[in-house]
Structures are given as structure tokens and as C-alpha cells.
Design a protein around this ligand. Sequence first.
Ligand SMILES: [Ca+2]
Ligand SMILES: [Ca+2]
Ligand SMILES: [Ca+2]
Length: 610
Amino acid sequence: MGWAFTEKFTRAASGAAQVIRVSRRIILPYLLSVPLAIGQEAHPQPPPPPPNARTVKCSNRSIPQFTDITEQSCIKFIHVSASDNRYVVESMSGGVVLIDYDRDGYPDIYFTNAPTVDMAIKGQTARSALYHNNHDGTFTDVTDKAGLATPGFAMGGAVGDYNNDGWPDLYITCLGGNKLFRNNGDGTFTDVTTQAGVGDGRWSTGAAFGDYDGDGYLDLMVTNYVDFHLDDLPAFGSAPNCKYRGIDVQCGPRGLKGAGDALYHNNGDGTFTDISKSSGVDDPNGYYGMSVIFSDLNNTGRPDIYVANDSTPKFLYKNLGHGKFQEIGLESGTAMSEDGSEQASMGLAVGDYLHNGRPSLVATNFSDEYSNLYRNDGNWSFTDVSYKSGVALPSLSYVKWGTAFFDADNDGWLDLIVVGGHVYPQVDKLPSGARYKEPKVLEMNQKDGTFCDASEQAGPALRIPRVSRGLAVADLFNDGNVDVVVEDLAGEAMILRNNGVAGHHWVSFELEGTKSNRLAIGARLKMVAGGVIQTEEIHSGGSYLSQSDLRVHFGLNTTTKIDSIEIRWPSGKIETLKNLDADKFYSVLEGQGIVPAEKIRPAAPAKPAH
Ligand SMILES: [Ca+2]
Ligand SMILES: [Ca+2]
Ligand SMILES: [Ca+2]
């Protein structure tokens, strides 16, 4: 993708002195890569890890056990998959969306599904599924009543209350037309895509809600992948871009035309306006967009946007206000690998893993391309600490997708999980290297900016090789431990119950905005407890095409008291709560502090008149 880089480089070089410093670092690899880019394989071999890179296994600490409870949970979801993934569109689906659609305080689960190309050409669909959380470790399939079985050739989704009625709505990305489903509050959803004007129609992948202009209504960012049409299919193995280590594979994304991205402004009346171009996030060069997340990366109260692009540089959009964004991926150090290579980025995580009050960024990448941990040093400067922190090496050989920062052991420091699974089933024919099915990796925060690898100490379920894609986290059973939900492209979905670490405390907050958007997406929480300050933000989107719980969970280690928690609402209002007990779920209403849970939940809709 030399062309893509040229444009990026030109833009960067015309900037400030700081930009030139960054550029110099990448001139050399860029020049070297130009001749290779012509006729290169789908995924050129990236440079090996630095000689001092090493994996530190966790020791002298309790590692929480993750138990596969899928069978007992009565979740029987299996994603449709092709046996040989002859087309790139058959390799990418499988987003997990956690949505407490009935607002009973327990997260429910939506799994996206997509047909094979053969099925789609014949007009056949694949059934996505909504599972209601029964509070007792089991779930009930409520898809048909909800009306969410066949949104389309579905990829992933995001949750937001776009009309501020208190019922979380569902946006589903698809190939050839996305869907916005309004939650009616009675277990049913209505497809409002057309009146809302958010269908897009391209091959959409990532989606995230965020109120970028602070007007109290959630706007919507959508990333698009490849300009792909079922009636014009690229032939399997037909070009250099359709080869991997010498074997024939699906074509793409390299060699295929990319698709731009979209930002929709919420007009507050149930409609949206496409402001992609005027806001500067339309991606005119068509990078291969995957996941997207809103996060206020410089603590100004204005959410910025980070986009993972496959095989092209990632975008960091700084929110300038007045509906304008500036793309500063390269200048900020968050676009590429440390050596200046484009990476095939799939998933994203955001978290204050260092307790420095700033959200740092993780991007998951292809096999042999390390996952990036970009440490947020403030002032739009990020440092790639991927190898130094111990994050990169344990998952290096896998194709990495869904990911999340979450406090797995409730010690007050964010840990990191990532799921793997190759795109090409054909790699199993190769004598060595990556396999189609790959395990998961769990890395525990060592409180000093580094992580240790706990993948082999957290129970056997994590190490079973699978073809995973989406991942979302939530305390599914309200026991104080954050669980993990994974969707596989090929095979069954997986519920991993976190058994926690004894003696470690926690606290959880569910927020409702009044002036702010009602689900308080974008709210920032700063907690002082046990001598440390933790910060969190409420996010829509992220991971790989997935949505985690909107409640904010903090681990507290052995502390049982919270000194203070400061909430910066998306409206800009600051609210501080003091002296709270641990091991509780708190409901907070903007401007009124802690309230009973019923007070932040919407009333059931009136039964329609007969
Ligand atoms: Ca629920
Ligand atoms: Ca807005
Ligand atoms: Ca931890």
C-alpha cells in the first residue's frame, strides 16, 4: 500500500517540527518498502521482535480462573462459516454486543451472524441471536420476539440510546446496509434505519456511538472495510495479493478497493445527518476500516476517535470542536508499528492501565505483527511500549481480534485479554507457523507499566485453540467479577466465567444522564481509593466489532472504602461522590448523585390500546 503511505507522509511532512521528527523515523522503511509493495503477498513478513523482547510468565500472584460455562448457560449460538473462506467477507464476521435491553441490571447478549457467499447469492440468511440473561447463570433465546434474527450480512454492532428514552438501542453493521433498531422497551425492536438515515450501504465493520458535539444526543461513527460486491467476486488465489506463504488464499484486503468511513450527527428528532466529509473523518482514500472507538484522549471533555485500519495506517482523529476533526495518527505515533510499518489492525482497547489519568490505546494485529500498546504521554504524544511492556510477544504469532482492558483480578489495575484465530483455513496445510485455530492470551498488569503472561494459568478454556473474532466483557452475573463473552467465526460462542480472586473488592457504577446523553456514554470517572487514582470512561464500540457493558467496574484490591469518585458528565458537569462502600452496584443520576436503581431505569412502555 505504497500509495496510501505517500499521501499520509505528504500530509505529515507539511506539518510542524514535531511531525518531521516522527517522519524521519519512517522515511527509510518507507523507501525500502516501495518496490516490495508491487506484487507483494497479502501479508508481507514484518520484522522480527527486538532481541531483548521476552515474555514474563506471571508468578507469585493469584490468577483468576476463567471457566467455560457455555453449555450450562443454555447459549447454543454457532456462527455460520464456510469451510475454506474463499472470500474475505467470509472471514470477518462475529461481533458480540452486550446490551441490557430490558434494563433489569443484568447484561444480555447479542451475537451477530453472516451467511457464506454461496448462501447469500442464493438469498439465504444466517440467524443472529439475542439472549436474555436469566440472572442464574442461564440465558434464554429471545431473538424472535425481539425481531433481531436477520439484520443482514451482519458483522458487529454498538449500543447507544439515540433517542434518549432510556432504552438502549442497537446498531448493527452489515455488508450492504446497516440497521438501527429502536428498543421499544417491551422486548421488541423496530427497524428505524430508513427514517434515521444511517444505513450507509457499504461493507461496514466497526461502529461506535459518541456525543462528539456535546448536545446530549449520541452521534454515530461507522467504519467501512472493502468495496465488495457479491456480483463481482475476486477469484480465490488469482493474484499475488491472494497468496499467503506461497499458498492460494482469499483475495484482500490488499489489492482490493477500500471504502471510506462515515460520521452521522444526531439531529435529536430521530434523524441523523451524514457529516463525514465536513467533519474530516470520511477517509477519502478508502483505508480498510475495522474497529472504532470514541475516547477523550486529552481530557478536554470532547471525545476523539480512534480507528483500526487493516493493512493501512490507523487513524487518530482529534476532536477540534465545531464539528471538525483532525487526523493525527502519524504525528501522535498511533498509526503504525514502531519501525514504521503498516499493520493489519483489527481490534481496539482503551484504558488507563498506568494510573496516569490518560487513556492509552491497544490495537490488535495480524500474525507476526505485534499488538500495539501506545502509552498516552499527554499532549497528543504516544509511545509504542508494546515489547517493553511485555504486551507484544505472548500473542505475536496469532491473528488477533477482540480485546479489552479489564481488571480480571480486581486488584485495581487493568489487565488485557485478546482472542485469536486465523483468516485463512488453508494455513493448516503449511508445515509450520500459524494455524487456523488459535488460543487466547491473558496478560496481567504488574503495576509498573509491564504485564505478565497468565494465559496458561487462568484455566484450560483460554488455551483451547478456536477461530475467535468478537469479545466483550461484563460482570454478567453481578458477582463482582468481570466475565468474558467471545464469538467465534467458526464454531460456538463462548462464555468465560471469571471466578475472581478471593479477598479482592470492587465497585460498579451505572450512570444516567439528564442533560447528557441518557446512557452517559463518554462520561469519565476518576476514583480515589486505597491510595490510588483510577480513571475510566464509558465507551460504545471498540474491541473487534463488539460492545462491552456500559456499567463502569473498578477493582479495589483489599480496599473496602472509596474515598471519592469524580464524574465528569458528557454535558461538562462535574459531580463528586464521597465515602462509598465497596462491593456494591451504584446508580448515579446526573445532578442527583446516588439514587435507587429504579430511578435511572425507564418506565415500561404503556400497553398499546386495543
Ligand atoms: Ca437484562
Ligand atoms: Ca451529538
Ligand atoms: Ca488487575
